[in-house]
Design a protein around this ligand. Structure first.
Ligand code: UDP
Ligand code: MG
Length: 319
């Protein structure tokens, strides 16, 4: 059994001014409740990360932190995406808490389950993953893309937990380990499984977004999936080798058949048999070059080691 922890709740927010007032109210209540029940220490706090929002998100965070001691905020200089906003939060709270829980700003994840997360922590777990029970409240499109995403990840040999979004608890030990991954292409859902500490799952019912629209545009979703695959799997590169072999063997067979038709004097020369392979091979080569290019692009980004975000503003430190 561990001592009760000092908890940091971290919440990435991108253009969430429609929902943020309610989120701050509910999360503050949850925090108070956990403190009252002696599940966490009284100096636990909530950190809102403004991921370069263009609306009044930062103003809301600032004014709330002025009146509420347990509310803090950091503002990133521009929109860096959900994963980088989370990373900014994790790096910021490292050393300031015993464990953290990350949760989305839109109140889709059930904040009342946090009590189970902290119980697991006290019982010795270093990683607790929130897993949603079903996706019934999602649109058909979201459900289909999510299903496709998990199928594809599986096919590519990437180990991730189905229906676990970024609602999770990390102990200070897990935070330290996670932060030792220095990659620029961040895919936290995969990384948390690589650290190998004692992990538990908490199931919760997912709710509708309280207000506002999903901040994951189709483009962001594809980038996320593509990053997940190319940061964790070299299967696409192997597939290229496989395609290369297959095409090579097919061309051997074609060569054989051409030889046969020459010997048998059946040379009915066709336009298609000349032109089609050119298109076919050209297409495959371009596709393969593209995939290899993607990986080289990743190496290029990693070698530059550019900072993953900049913190532009911090609400005043009070504790
Ligand atoms: N988010 C972010 N930066 C982005 C996109 C999203 O910080 O570029 C945050 C967003 O404010 C929310 C969380 O990531 O707290 C999850 O986003 P959303 O609820 O829109 O995604 P969905 O639930 O639709 O997958
Ligand atoms: Mg959401």
């Amino acid at each position: 059994m561990r001592n009760i922890p000092k908890l940091a709740i971290i919440v990435p927010c991108y253009n969430e001014d429609q929902v943020l007032g309610e989120t701050i109210k509910r999360l503050s209540e949850t925090l108070e409740n956990l403190i009252d029940k002696k599940k966490i220490k009284s100096d636990s706090f909530i950190l809102y990360i403004d991921d370069g929002s263009k609306d009044s998100t930062w103003n809301i965070i600032k004014s709330s932190s002025a009146t509420n001691l347990s509310t803090k905020g950091i503002k990133l200089s521009k929109n860096e995406g959900h994963q980088n906003a989370l990373l900014a939060g994790i790096e910021y709270v490292e050393g300031k808490c015993d464990c953290l829980i990350s949760i989305d700003a839109d109140l889709q994840q059930d904040e009342k389950s946090m009590i189970h997360f902290t119980d697991s922590y006290v019982n010795g777990c270093d990683v607790v993953l929130g897993v949603r029970n079903d996706r019934m409240c999602d649109s058909f499109f979201k459900r289909a893309t999510a299903l496709g995403f998990y199928k594809l990840m599986n096919l590519m040999g990437v180990d991730i937990i189905k229906n676990h979004a970024d609602y999770r608890l990390l102990s200070s030990k897990a935070i330290r380990m996670l932060l030792s991954f220095k990659e620029v292409n961040l895919f936290l859902r995969g990384l948390v499984l690589l650290i190998g500490l004692k992990t538990e799952y908490i199931y919760f019912d997912v709710k509708d977004r309280y207000a506002g629209k999903s901040k994951y545009t189709l483009k962001k979703m594809f980038t996320f999936a593509w990053d997940g695959i190319t940061s964790f799997s070299v299967v696409p590169l192997r597939l290229i080798t496989l395609i290369g072999f297959i095409v090579f063997f097919v061309s051997l067979i074609m060569g054989g058949s051409v030889l046969y038709s020459v010997i048998a004097n059946k040379t009915v020369q066709g336009w298609a048999s000349t032109v089609l392979p050119i298109y076919f091979m050209g297409g495959i080569q371009l596709m393969c070059l593209g995939v290899i290019g993607e990986y080289i692009g990743k190496i290029y980004k990693e070698t530059k080691r550019r900072p993953r975000y900049f913190i532009e503003d911090i609400t005043d430190e009070k504790s």
